[in-house]
Design a protein around this ligand. Structure first.
Ligand code: EPZ
Length: 416
């Protein structure tokens, strides 16, 4: 299994480019199942999760063509509305094929994704919403089996804000008979990106970006060409890396408007940040001030940036309180950061991080995507070498990580 070796203590400086958003690309690729006509996406990130989803979609009878970061999906011959366990277990976002398959084919058999390191992550809201739209759903032998000759528009209310739940139900509602209203909808920018693509495909959607989305069903959707939004979490991750190292740098091909909460926290920690229409420049002080973090649904501070801020606070001046309100087990990185010398106390969903002057390099293990990113940030600022094992977690969500870090002056090498 590949490892990452990092020589710490380098103040990052330079410029690197941000890729398309993983969490926008995954639902967008599934949206192509809704039409018989080809849909072309540009700015598709080259990530293991994307490869997995494209393999899953191809085995359904969809023609997949890829040219660099451009992907075209042609679902005219879609004839196998099945997402098997062997493929779903490696990438839980595969659940996003459920809504499109029921809407397009009238039937879907999708393996339950199961939990993951950060939590149980049930899909009960996805199922409840489809049932409210008239789907007959049986959950048996580890599969969700949904059948509906044609879904009917309905008024839906999710018990909690769910990003992929909102996305699944919005896609299903595009071809339903009548109007669907999704209340308590997720407002994440990736949900808006999906809505904009669906509208380009002929869907009738209003309320995009708000917590009440109206979808008036249409008979069919048509093909489209769509550019995927930049990855705001990748952007935030590199901002944290530069900030923690006391460096300065420019991230290109990204937008600041989807990261207000993160940029505000970095400014509170002492960073000078200048935002342009398609780039962000950051200059960090020699040592950051500790900043408190409380995760919550967009536009509040994103849970996907919590681990990165724990690493940043581990070397900041002062004590930070971090509260994780979205997932029940998203502090797995804390014990690994402690191996590097971090002073972190965990009590339920609250972490108290006392900044130390210096972390010490060590061998640590990645447990999930964003936890791995926090170990990279810590390794960049630790004294000596840090070796991160099981970095396949990183490859799921960060395109060409070592190249992009090297462009910022980091001493990082991948060790087979
Ligand atoms: C999406 O996951 C993201 N993944 C996650 O990013 C992100 O952390 C999460 O949203 C929160 O922002 C993708 O977009 C592919 P949720 P999702 O449904 O949709 C509970 C990353 O690192 N819930 O918004 O699965 C759930 O257990 C990944 O890129 C139910 O109980 O998250 C959680 O506690 C990690 N029942 C909370 O709601 C449901 O039916 C929010 O989950 C659905 C969700």
């Amino acid at each position: 299994m590949d490892k990452l070796s990092i020589q710490g203590g380098v103040r990052l400086a330079g410029e690197t480019a941000i890729s398309g958003a993983k969490n926008a690309a995954l639902p967008l690729l599934c949206a192509a199942l809704l039409t018989r006509e080809p849909v072309t996406f540009s700015n598709v990130p080259r990530l293991n999760d994307i490869d997995t989803l494209l393999r899953l979609i191809a085995q359904m009878g969809v023609k997949v063509t890829r040219d660099g970061s451009t992907v075209t999906l042609d679902a005219a011959q879609l004839d196998n509305p099945l997402a098997p366990y062997e493929m779903v277990k490696t990438m839980r976002a595969s659940i996003l094929v459920l809504g499109p398959l029921v809407a397009r084919c009238g039937e879907a058999r999708v393996s339950l994704p199961g939990g993951c390191a950060i939590g149980a992550r049930p899909v009960d809201q996805h199922i409840k919403g489809l049932q409210a739209m008239g789907a007959e759903i049986a959950v048996e032998h580890g599969y969700v089996h949904a059948v509906s000759r044609r879904l009917k528009g309905a008024r839906l209310f999710t018990d909690m804000v769910t990003v992929t739940g909102t996305e699944n139900l919005m896609m299903a509602a595009c071809l339903a008979d009548g109007e669907t209203v999704i209340e308590n909808a997720a407002r994440e920018p990736e949900v808006a990106d999906l809505a904009h693509c669906l509208i380009a495909m002929g869907a009738d959607i209003s309320g995009v970006g708000t917590d009440v989305i109206h979808i008036r069903g249409v008979e069919r959707l048509h093909g489209a060409t769509y550019r995927i939004m930049p990855d705001r979490i990748e952007t935030g991750t590199y901002l944290c890396a530069i900030a923690a190292s006391g460096g300065e740098g420019v991230l290109t091909g990204t937008v600041a408007s989807t990261l207000d909460a993160v940029i505000e926290k970095l400014r509170d920690s002492g960073c000078d940040i200048v935002c342009s229409p398609d780039s962000i420049r950051i200059k960090a002080p020699a040592r950051l001030n500790a900043v408190n973090v409380r995760t919550a649904p967009y536009p509040a501070f994103p849970t996907d940036m919590q681990a990165q801020f724990m690493a940043l606070n581990a070397v900041a001046q002062g004590t930070a309180v971090i509260r994780e309100t979205i997932f029940e087990n998203r502090f797995m990185h804390a014990v690994e950061l402690q191996r590097l010398g971090a002073d972190i106390g965990i009590d339920g969903n609250t972490a108290v991080v006392k900044g130390v002057a210096q972390l010490q390099g060590a061998t640590v293990m990645a447990t999930d995507l964003r936890a791995s990113a926090s170990l990279v940030i810590a390794g960049l600022v630790a004294e000596g070498e840090t070796v991160i094992e099981r970095i396949y977690h990183l490859d799921r969500g960060y395109e060409r990580l070592e190249d992009k870090l090297a462009a910022l002056g980091a001493k990082v090498t991948r060790v087979a």
